[in-house]
Ligand binder design. Sequence first.
Ligand SMILES: Cc1ncc(COP(=O)(O)O)c(C=O)c1O
Length: 402
Amino acid sequence: MLTLRQLFLNNNAQTTHFPLLLEFERAEGVYIYDEAGNAYTDLISGIGVSNLGHSNPKVVNAVKDQVDKYMHLMVYGEYVQTPQVRFAEKLVSILPKTLNSVYFTNSGAEAVEGALKLAKRFTGRQQVVAFHGSYHGSTHGALSIMGNEEYKQAYRPLLPGINFISLNNLPDLELITEQTACVILETVQGEAGIRVPNAAYMQALRNRCTQVGALLILDEIQAAFGRTGKLFAFEHFDIVPDILLLAKALGGGMPVGAFVAQVDVMSAFKENPILGHITTFGGHPVCCAAGLAALEVLLDENLIPGVTEKEAIIRQHLVHPAIKEIRGKGLMLAVEFESFELNKKIIDRCIANHIITDWFLHCSNSMRLAPPLTITNTQLMEACLIITEAIEFETRAFANLS
Ligand SMILES: Cc1ncc(COP(=O)(O)O)c(C=O)c1O
C-alpha cells in the first residue's frame, strides 16, 4: 500500500522538485504536531496567516456555528448574509473613515485583481505603477505587477502599461503621472525580504498620487492585523491608502481576502456595465464568521502591543557573526545570511530540530521569521536558541567544505 507521502507525490500537483514533505496531524497555538506527537514551533504562521496561532477556540467555534446555519447560498453581493455584513461592519469601524466599503474575495490575488480593475474603472486610466521586488500573487494581473522578471517571463504576454519604480527612491515618483490609474505597493515588502519604506518616502508617495489623481493601493495581505506592531502597517507612516488589500490573517485560518475603498470609488463597479467584479465564493459565510471571530480575539485580547517587545527579544537573542542583518518590523522579520546555500542549510537544520522557518521568494539568502503574535516570550527565546545552534553548526560545516 502506498504511503500518504507517496500518494501526495503521485496525485497532488507538485510545483517544486523539493517539497518539504512534512506530515502533520493537528495544530494548536504555536505548535504543529506530527503523527508521533512531536511538536514543531511554527515561526512562519503558514506564511503570515495564523496570527492568533492555530485552532483558536473562538475561531473554531465561529466556524462550527456558521456551518450549522448555512454555507454557500449565492454568488457574492446579492443576498444579505449575516457573517459578511457583520465582518464588513467591524472592519469599517477600525479603519479610517475613507475606507468604508469592503469587497470580499477568495484570496489575496483576487483582491489584487479586483483593486487593479477598480482603479482603472474609477480613473478611466490604463497605466499602473508597481515596485521592484514586489509580490502580489500568482494570477496573471498579479504577475504583471510582480517586481521579479525570473518568475514571470515564462507567462508573457502579461498586462501592458506597467511601470516599475524603486522603494524609497524619490526621483522615481516623477513616473507617477496623470496617465497613472494606480500605484500598488506592499506597505512592508514581504517576498523582497522584508523591506520597510521610510516615512518621508511614503508621505511623498501619498502626496504624488493625490497630486496627479492616481489611486494609492496598499497591499497589506502579509502586513496587516498587528504583524508589524500596528493594526495596519500604513499607520506607521501616517498615511491612508485609497484602496487597502487584505487576506491571509483576515480569515483567521480560513480563505478570504478583501479590497477596501471609499464607497464612491467602489460604486464604479455598479454601472456601465453592472457587476464590475464577480466572484462565486468571495466572502464565503464560514470564512467571514471565522474572520470576524479572529479580529475580535486580536482586539479583545490586546495582542498587538506585545509585538514590539517580541521583536526586541528576537533581535536580542538572535545574535551570530554569520547574521548579516535582521530587517523588518514587529514580527515580520528577515534574517540575512551570506548565501541561499547557507540559509537553506540552516533552515533545514531548524526544521530537523522542529522549528519551522522558510526563505523568501525574491530574497533567497534571508530566513523568514513571522511567528503567531500569540507566541510567548519564553517560546520565542527557546526558538532563538535552536536557530542560533543551527547557525553555529552549519556555518562551521560550511567553512569546512569551502
Ligand atoms: C503581499 C502579498 N500580496 C498578495 C499575495 C497573494 O495572496 P494569495 O496567495 O492569497 O493569492 C501574497 C501572498 O503571499 C502576498 O504576500
